[in-house]
Ligand binder design. Structure first.
Ligand code: DMJ
Length: 464
């Protein structure tokens, strides 16, 4: 009892004064797993808190940016990505509202979507972002709500976005005009080439038209063919020539969701071809990119041809990989990486966009309300039911409220070292960050983790 009391006091001390050194951080993480089991987190209370904060941010959007893509939370001005709104925030937020039982809010969003969402607009859009947020959101809206108008909108959008795949290699251009189908942006990356299968395959399932799955799969295979002899993926690819433009390999932004969709696609569609691609890919990632240091497990960058380490950078985006490892049944590595993710979060109280795990110094201090650390805690909790993940989620959420909440909504942070806010609130804050935080604590049976696959924007689709 005395021992438990000392451990609990020491963790409270560390939480209060922050984790600064590697040694302290590791000790804190280890102490935490013991202290957690004795303390417990009130899941019901936490789920209610997350829901209340969702409502706070949503009301800010409603008051100052209704019908626009997003709210700029400091200036309280609306913002559109392109010349006409694609309703980024309402479409991205819709399924989270259903999962949170925010029925009236979901109803208002649905009405707005069917009244205003129109893709027949002469404007160039980023294929990847519009696909994961809008196509992704409409498909989960259809599955959860059942209204076929969501599916019609999704199919209309997909038919426009599909023009982007009209390249000599079958790999998509970065930009596509929604009305004319004109394309641009031949220098691309694996994330923007290989993050379509989950949405396109789901659309094929619901429409009975295989063209969507086939198109996304063709791009995925063309990209996979460009791997190095040691099975690492390049960061930069020219989709017209199929040439590598940047040979650095990593799990971070620009490559991340390509890896994620190879595994998720193989599970969601039981596709053996994808499984055969995933096996050597994850082997190479674990051989050349995984970096088990005395301070914990990290994943670094390496040259795709030699496997030689090129940098020891790691960041907020990389944190998704804990969930991917867990899904791949590698719970040992998944747990070790989620510990590192949490250390990264606690370095300055909120995670930075990029840090160096060799020096434990921040390299890019921005925090744009990213979800991946919450995602990791949620996945690990679903697979292990270890209370330490609830505690991680609770601490991260409390710091999110402390540093990012504004009077009217939530704001990104310019630099986690100063905590100065930035006039920016991404739609993925509603789609992902608050959804994963809520689901981590939610005990209702609204969504069974083991019966769905989330797209990379946290929109869930039923496994069949
Ligand atoms: C989201 O749009 C997606 O999760 C994407 O795969 C990566 N970046 C953001 C969230 O950080």
């Amino acid at each position: 009892m005395k021992y438990i009391f000392i451990l609990a006091v020491s963790i409270l001390f560390l939480l209060a004064f922050g984790f600064k050194s590697q040694g302290q951080a590791l000790e804190a993480t280890m102490t935490m797993s013991v202290a957690d089991n004795t303390r417990g987190v009130d899941k019901k209370e936490m789920a209610a808190k997350v829901k209340a904060e969702f409502l706070h941010a949503w009301n800010g959007y409603k008051t100052y940016a209704w019908g626009y893509d997003a709210l700029q939370p400091l200036s309280k001005k609306p913002h559109n990505w392109y010349k006409k709104s694609l309703l980024m925030t309402p479409v991205d937020a819709f399924d989270t509202m259903l999962l949170m039982d925010l029925t009236a809010e979901a109803g208002e969003a649905k009405e707005l979507i069917f009244k205003d969402l129109d893709f027949d607009v002469d404007m160039d859009v980023q294929n990847f972002e519009v696909s994961i947020r809008i196509l992704g959101g409409l498909l989960s809206a259809y599955e959860l709500d059942g209204d076929r108008r969501f599916l019609s909108l999704a199919e209309d959008l997909a038919q426009r976005l599909m023009k982007a795949f009209n390249s000599p290699t079958g790999m998509p251009y970065r930009m596509v005009n929604l009305k004319t189908g004109a394309v641009s942006g031949e220098i691309s990356n694996p994330a923007e080439i290989g993050t379509y299968l989950v949405e396109y395959g789901t659309l094929s399932r619901h429409t009975g038209n295989p063209i969507y799955y086939e198109t996304a799969m063709k791009a995925m295979k063309a990209l996979y063919a460009l791997r190095s002899p040691i099975n690492l993926t390049a960061e930069g690819i020219n989709v017209e020539t199929g040439k590598v433009t940047n040979p650095e390999s990593h799990i971070s932004g620009c490559i991340d969701s390509y890896l994620e969709y190879m595994l998720k696609g193989s599970i969601l569609f039981n596709d053996q071809e994808l499984t055969a691609m995933w096996t050597p890919t994850i082997e190479a990632v674990n051989k050349y990119l995984a970096d088990p240091t005395p301070g914990g497990l990290w994943y670094g960058h390496a040259d795709m041809y030699t496997g030689k380490r090129t940098s020891t950078s790691y960041g907020a985006l990389d944190a998704f990989f804990a969930g991917t490892l867990a899904m791949n049944n590698d719970l040992e590595k998944a747990a070790a990486l989620q510990n590192s993710n949490f250390r990264m979060w606690m370095l300055e109280g909120v995670e930075p966009e990029q840090m160096n795990y060799a020096t434990m110094k921040v390299e890019n201090g921005s925090y744009i309300l990213r979800p991946e650390n919450f995602e990791g805690a949620y996945y690990l909790y679903q697979y292990t039911h270890d209370e330490r993940y609830l505690e991680m989620g609770k601490t991260m959420f409390e710091n999110l409220v402390k540093y990012c909440r504004t009077d009217e909504a939530y704001a990104a942070i310019k630099d986690v070292r100063t905590k100065e806010k930035r006039d920016y609130m991404e739609s993925f804050f509603f789609a992902e960050t608050l959804k994963y935080a809520f689901l981590l604590f939610d005990d209702s049976d609204k969504l069974n983790f083991h019966k769905v696959i989330f797209n990379t924007e946290a929109h869930p689709y039923k496994r069949e």
